[in-house]
Design a protein around this ligand. Structure first.
Ligand code: ACO
Length: 371
């Protein structure tokens, strides 16, 4: 038996959803660069779930259904009000609320293809509302109901801030959502697939995926990037901060990747968005600090930035609370999780690898009095 730590390089399934070949990322065969420049997030969700881009009528119907299903049950709002919101992380709140949503979905355990697709839309639609409702409640504000005539990206900002968002912010959020939608067999997607491969329900799959995304080695890195930038404080401090971190062998959040070696193709889009948005806010220091960090970490460690690095200064520039960065990642990635969950159901086999046992052997039981 050979053990592969972290399953590095192990090909655990076939999939036709997204691919990473020679550091190029595609969704259903469409290059991420093309989609980031041109597609709405609604189109991308449809693409991931249906293996084709929607025509105008399909897109209109799909977008309308997403907007219609975005309202969350009153019971969930009341539960969120009961969370100790000054103490819990929004990712923990999201994980709990998504699990609770299943209790209010009569089709939760209906495993038919049709019911799973309906639940997919409900989950995709409601998750942003859960995030923004939590955010408003912890600020002592009333939750805002999503509007049926707004796009997915605009509704996120509207229900977060309670005012109509500016076009530039909607465009930025839409692009970030497109870029984060799917990423082959990343840790949270794999978690979701392992869960539903037992033929557990879609809510359980998404809840477990949220748990995996929360960790700082995965989606939790973007929040920590902003914490690091805030600690560094100015361009002049970047050099000494990084060299101290290198000396202490600390990981620099937002750098490195298990699969990409020359660079993460999503990072350049977020970098450009960071440049533009920090110019608009007049806080160019975040962009300048980030580019200086990129240069030093690349030169001295050979590590390029990943998707989480520039998304931090993008979201900060849009006025989003730092601990909502990872929930916003989940708002997008649920589209990919669901695509993978549906694919898993369509050709399922239980995922059950082995462990190489390295513990004690030939032990004999000794009664508790004699230990
Ligand atoms: N900063 C400093 N050194 C690093 C970093 C980093 N960000 N990433 C990797 N390294 C070094 C490691 O210390 C290790 O060095 P060593 O061989 O001398 O011990 C080597 O590169 C390999 O690193 P591993 O952690 O073994 O690589 P792995 O493939 O397991 O991890 C990961 C990939 C988790 C992304 C890693 O690069 C990391 O921790 N990055 C920081 C956290 C982060 O940004 N996560 C977001 C990833 S993107 C996403 O999930 C959305």
């Amino acid at each position: 038996m050979t053990t592969t730590r972290g399953l590095e390089g192990v090909v655990a399934t076939t999939s036709s959803i997204s691919s990473i070949v020679n550091d190029v990322l595609t969704y259903r065969g469409y290059n991420i660069d093309d989609l980031a420049e041109n597609a709405s997030f609604e189109e991308v969700i449809y693409l991931l779930w249906n293996d084709k881009l929607p025509n105008k009528q399909e897109l209109d119907q799909f977008s309308a259904k997403l907007a219609e299903d975005a309202v969350i049950p009153e019971e969930i709002i009341n539960q969120i009000k009961s969370y100790p919101s000054d103490k819990v992380s929004p990712m923990a709140a999201l994980r709990t609320a998504v699990s609770t949503l299943a209790l209010y979905d009569e089709e939760a355990d209906d495993m038919s293809e049709e019911a799973n697709y309906r639940k997919a839309i409900r989950l995709q639609a409601k998750i942003p509302t859960v995030v923004t409702t939590f955010s408003r409640i912890r600020e002592g504000k009333e939750p805002i109901s999503p509007k049926k005539d707004l796009s997915f990206a605009a509704n996120f900002l509207f229900t977060l801030n309670g005012e109509m968002p500016e076009e530039v912010a909607v465009t930025a959020i839409n692009k970030a959502l497109v870029l984060h939608a799917d990423h082959e067999l990343n840790a949270s997607t794999f978690t979701g697939r392992v869960c539903v491969a037992t033929l557990s329900d879609i809510y359980s799959g998404v809840t477990s995926a949220i748990g995996a995304l929360k960790g700082p080695l995965h989606g939790g890195a973007n929040e920590r990037v902003m914490k690091m930038l805030s600690e560094i404080g100015s361009v002049e401090n970047v050099d000494s901060y990084l060299h101290q971190a290198f000396e202490k062998k600390e990981k620099i959040m937002g750098f490195g990747h298990r699969v990409y070696k020359t660079g993460d193709p999503r990072a350049k889009h977020l970098k450009e968005m960071s440049r533009k948005l920090t110019e608009l806010t007049g806080e160019t220091k975040w962009y300048e600090m980030s580019t200086k960090m990129e240069q030093i970490v690349r030169d001295e460690k050979g590590l390029p930035p990943n998707v989480d690095f520039y998304s931090a200064s993008v979201y900060h520039s849009l006025g989003i609370d730092h601990d909502l960065f990872t929930p916003l990642f989940a708002v997008s990635r649920v589209s990919g999780w669901i695509a993978h969950i549906l694919e898993q159901y369509s050709n399922n086999r239980l995922i059950r690898p082995r462990a190489e046992y390295v513990g004690a052997t030939n032990q004999s039981y000794v009664s508790v009095e004699n230990r």
